[in-house]
Write a protein that binds this ligand. Structure first.
Ligand code: ATP
Length: 218
């Protein structure tokens, strides 16, 4: 469903990605590993359309999307959770979730926002107990769950996740991993950047990025 061919990206004159190619099939869990600075975040950001200057082919369900702005890619089903979470810290958990669910016409083939909200609550019961708490008063792991839950409110077909289990308490790492594996079982495709082996152990494929270049055949 996602196919990337010959992707290059530059921060000014400095090239960060070199001819990266990869694909993610329907319902697949694909992990990208690499050291700090290897280019994992740049790759995910380039795919969602918020990265630096980039060149290459990105096709999503058969359509070339490399020239699409980020909001169009998101509407087409690409959901992104950034490493820094990008929550509305002054808003409550509930408000952070509902702000992501447009009240206007909802595709008939997808769950309504209300059903989706219930689904997200079932996936992350921890959030249910803190619906009215400002995001700024949550732990890092709870914020990470909220960031994922908020993206799920947009009904993504492919989740792009940047280090979802990084820097959070072990008990929440397990909850996050289990939630992601549950989503994978339900058929949500995922492309996950991680430095540890939490999701890689369950992935269909593990790709390695070294200094902006993909090591293994994608
Ligand atoms: P980390 O695990 O530390 O987040 P990463 O694999 O995600 O690393 P990137 O953040 O994509 O790597 O960085 C890839 C390269 O691009 C690095 O050399 C980094 O220094 C550079 N880079 C990243 N962001 C910027 C930026 N905003 N301006 C200039 N260079 C950048």
């Amino acid at each position: 469903m996602l196919k990337v061919e010959g992707l290059n990206a530059w921060y000014g004159q400095a090239q960060a990605l070199f001819e990266v190619s990869l694909s993610v099939g329907e319902g697949e869990l694909v992990v990208i590993q690499g050291l700090n600075g290897a280019g994992k975040s740049t790759l995910l950001q380039s795919l969602i359309g918020i990265g630096p200057r980039a060149q290459g082919q990105i096709s999503w369900r058969g359509a070339p999307i490399q020239d699409w702005p980020a909001h169009r890619r998101a509407r087409a089903g690409l959901g992104f959770v950034a490493e820094d979470r990008r929550l509305f810290t002054g808003l409550s958990v509930k408000e952070n979730l509902w702000i992501a669910a447009p009240p206007r016409a909802w595709p008939s083939d997808q769950a309504t926002p209300a059903l989706r909200f219930d689904r997200v609550m079932a996936l992350f019961p921890q959030l249910q107990t803190m619906l009215h708490r400002p995001a700024s008063q949550m732990s890092g792991g709870e914020q990470q769950m909220l960031a994922l839950a908020r993206t799920l409110m947009t009904a993504p077909r492919l989740l792009l996740l940047d280090e979802p289990c990084e820097g959070i308490a072990p008990v929440l790492v397990a909850a996050m991993r289990d939630a992601l594996l549950q989503l994978a079982r339900e058929g949500v495709a995922m492309l996950v950047a991680e430095q540890n082996n939490i999701l890689a152990l369950h992935a269909q494929r593990v790709l390695v990025l070294t200094s902006g270049r993909m090591d293994s055949a994608a």
